[in-house]
Design a protein around this ligand. Structure first.
Ligand SMILES: [Zn+2]
Length: 232
């Protein structure tokens, strides 16, 4: 487990486009529902990162942008859903965060597709389950894959003949999708110009997960959760 001392913060450019993209989200949510399976099946759509959707916490890795596919999976499976305080319909949580996760409390923002309201609220418990869900998503559906590859390089030796050839290793990063803006997705969906499906079927999503915090005194807080897709 990696240790971080500060939470995730969106970039200034993300913050500046956040309101506009959130407006698009609210206006076009029925389209996201209609094309949900197409979005989950296409890596370019799945890994689109709306600037208003992210999560943040301290100490544990996994905080960061919430990709469109993550939002839809989280909503579908109930992790990113809350009851709207206005009309009691199922709202979609698109952002959440806390400081230290030990207390279990967190704040979140959610959009209710039924009465089209956005609310920001506090929940006194449950953040560990959300954190573990997101960490599981990042592991199972990474935005990029890093792997070591060998290449023909050279090393320098003072005592020898200077540079000599040697097989070396470097870390190679492969993005899993092409960048596509949130706005562009709606343009493509509305025009019926869908990108080809290039993603493994995620309808069999099954995520066993556990999270253990171990403080200096040896006291452990453990959480296990099992996320199963509800859709046949
Ligand atoms: Zn509502």
């Amino acid at each position: 487990m990696s240790i971080h001392v500060s939470g995730y913060k969106p970039s200034p450019s993300d913050l500046s486009s956040s309101a506009t993209e959130l407006e698009l989200f609210v206006k076009n949510f029925p389209i996201l529902q209609e094309y949900e399976q197409d979005i989950l099946s296409c890596a370019d759509y799945f890994f689109c990162a709306p600037s208003f959707a992210w999560c943040s916490w301290l100490l544990v890795d996994g905080a960061g942008p919430l990709y469109l596919g993550y939002l839809l999976l989280g909503w579908r499976q109930g992790f990113f859903s809350s009851q709207c305080s206005g009309c009691e319909a199922k709202a979609i949580v698109f952002r959440f965060g806390c400081g230290f996760p030990f207390s279990g409390g967190y704040s979140f923002s959610a959009f209710c597709p039924s009465c089209r309201s956005i609310e920001r609220r506090l929940n006194e418990h449950g953040v560990l389950k959300l954190i573990e869900f997101v960490r599981g998503l990042r592991k199972r559906y990474p935005r990029e894959v890093k792997e070591w590859e060998e290449f023909d390089g050279s090393v320098f030796s003072w005592g020898g003949n200077g540079l000599k050839p040697e097989r070396r290793k470097r870390l190679k990063t492969t993005p899993m999708a092409q960048e596509v803006s949130f706005e562009q997705i709606f343009e493509e969906l509305k025009a019926g110009k869908l990108r080809p499906q290039n993603f493994p079927n995620v309808s069999l999503f099954d995520l066993p997960a556990s999270l253990i915090f171990d403080d200096a005194g040896g006291k452990k807080l453990k959480l296990s959760c099992q996320a199963k897709d509800q859709v046949e």
